[in-house]
Write a protein that binds this ligand. Structure first.
Ligand code: VAH
Length: 314
């Protein structure tokens, strides 16, 4: 049975629905720290679990006989810069709790998301390799870099089957993202539908690695279902789909909404974005467990505007 911790979040919520279609409603338990996300709470088996409390997770694991945990709870880059110690405490204690449950054999398998935020201003920005200089300058990035070290340590020392992906920015319409620097790429579609204009908090030419949610979910399921011996990297795999700038996503929107207007008013998140790569080399994921993405920018725009216009016109 599967437990998703942080099921109320942007990725956790879609992962919950997808895993239920694959493994059956009764085999996938959603959990979060609050009842905030009503669609998740009312969608099937749901428990309040505090990811920072080992006993809280263990009680849920024993209640449902869980053998696999997807740990999707974290404080993201932008919010993490406002509350550094909270970001450190949440992101690290939750990881240690889940890794220690696996080490104690209460569960068999773990998925833990890393991020392109592990890279920093001294990392090569173009086609960033799997193995390279990593001096992350955000607290969130630091937690992801050190989290990757611990995942690899628990695999090597205690044979814990933990698998991880360095997600790029993720674009989705079902659940709003929370506190990320790449959130502009979701907000812009909502604003395009509502107001036909958007004030972007990043500069026009800020190129960042991005991915549609369906691709991110596909990669997550792929790596978790891949045979053990195909997973050669136990820190975290580079994962890529496309890269674009606010200007290019605006131009993609204008093909559907010709009068759409974008303005630029960079804020503190510009410095975070400047510290990240422009695009990622994910050749290890493509060779080890046959990763490949499906959605390009215009297909993402088509899907986002179609789905969101339904939501707003209801
Ligand atoms: C963030 N969406 O912006 C997350 C992600 C690469 C970006 O880690 O913090």
């Amino acid at each position: 049975k599967i437990l998703i911790i942080g099921a109320g979040g942007q990725i956790g919520s879609e992962l919950t629905f997808k895993l239920r279609t694959i493994y059956g409603e009764e085999n996938v338990i959603a959990s979060d720290i609050s009842y905030n996300n009503e669609s998740i709470v009312n969608s099937g088996l749901f428990e309040i679990v505090d990811a920072q409390d080992y006993a809280s997770i263990k009680i849920c694991v024993e209640k449902y006989n869980i053998d696999t945990i997807y740990l999707m709870a974290a404080m993201l880059s932008a919010t993490g810069e406002k509350y550094p110690m909270k970001a450190w405490d949440l992101n690290m204690s939750s990881l240690f709790n889940v890794l220690n449950l696996a080490r104690a054999k209460f569960i068999k398998k773990v998925f833990w998301p890393s991020s392109i935020a592990v890279f920093g201003p001294t990392t090569p920005v173009n086609y960033t390799p799997q193995y390279t200089v990593m001096e992350p300058s955000t607290v969130y990035g630091i937690t992801k870099q050190v989290g990757e070290r611990w995942c690899e340590y628990y695999f090597n020392k205690y044979n814990v089957d933990v698998r991880s992906l360095r997600y790029p920015g993720i674009i989705s319409w079902k659940t709003l993202p929370g506190g990320g620097t790449t959130d502009y790429a979701v907000e812009i579609y909502h604003e395009a539908i509502k107001n036909n204009q958007y004030e972007c908090f990043l500069k026009a030419d800020t190129e960042l690695p991005m991915m549609f949610m369906d691709d991110a979910i596909k990669a997550t399921i792929n790596i978790m279902q891949a045979p053990d011996d195909t997973i050669k990297i136990r820190s975290s795999y580079n994962l890529a789909a496309i890269s674009f700038t606010p200007e290019s996503i605006a131009n993609s929107i204008k093909q559907r909404l010709p009068d759409f207007k974008i303005t630029y008013n960079p804020d503190y998140r510009q410095e975070i974005a400047n510290s990240w790569p422009k695009n990622i080399n994910d050749s290890y994921a493509r060779q080890d467990w046959k990763w490949k993405h499906d959605f390009n920018l215009d297909e993402i725009t088509e899907e986002m505007l179609t789905q969101l216009s339904k939501n707003y016109n209801q």
